[in-house]
Design a protein around this ligand. Sequence first.
Ligand code: FES
Ligand code: FES
Length: 170
Amino acid sequence: MGRHRRQRGEPARTQSPTTTLTVNGEEHQVSAAADATLLDVLRDELGLQGTKLGCGRGECGACTVLVDGRAALACIALASRVRGHVETIEGLAEPAKALRAAFADTGAFQCGYCTPGQVVRAAGLIRSGAVPADDRDLRHQLAGNICRCTGYQAIVEAVRTAADATAAAS
Ligand code: FES
Ligand code: FES
């Protein structure tokens, strides 16, 4: 197809704005459209579909990622405003191996829809060394991630098991 030449009076074609996002150690040029959320960009542009869409309004934690090591909700973060290194469940698959194994061993998931968000939040907690000694406090730390299936006790056990294993290995 020939190159399009703008005719007199024809409005200039606007290019979609882009922004640089660092995800799982790689830089990407991604959409900086005013309404593009980090979740949209991760799932639809970068094909990282491990981060889930649940409520879409910051209430369930299914879309949890880490930004510079801290848990963040990708469904309410505008992609153009994100600064820092984003880590998704795909990027944490290897570092969070012990945690994933603990989830499996303790039966900390059933349908699995909330599990990526749970694992990402817990991985951030364990890495920062901020896992509370008391289980009630740990539940409180994990409270931003809703699970409709498990009743939470197995999730707390899994995080505790992985945190203990990490501490013992260091
Ligand atoms: S999908 Fe983001 S908090 Fe529910
Ligand atoms: S395992 Fe089903 S919502 Fe958590």
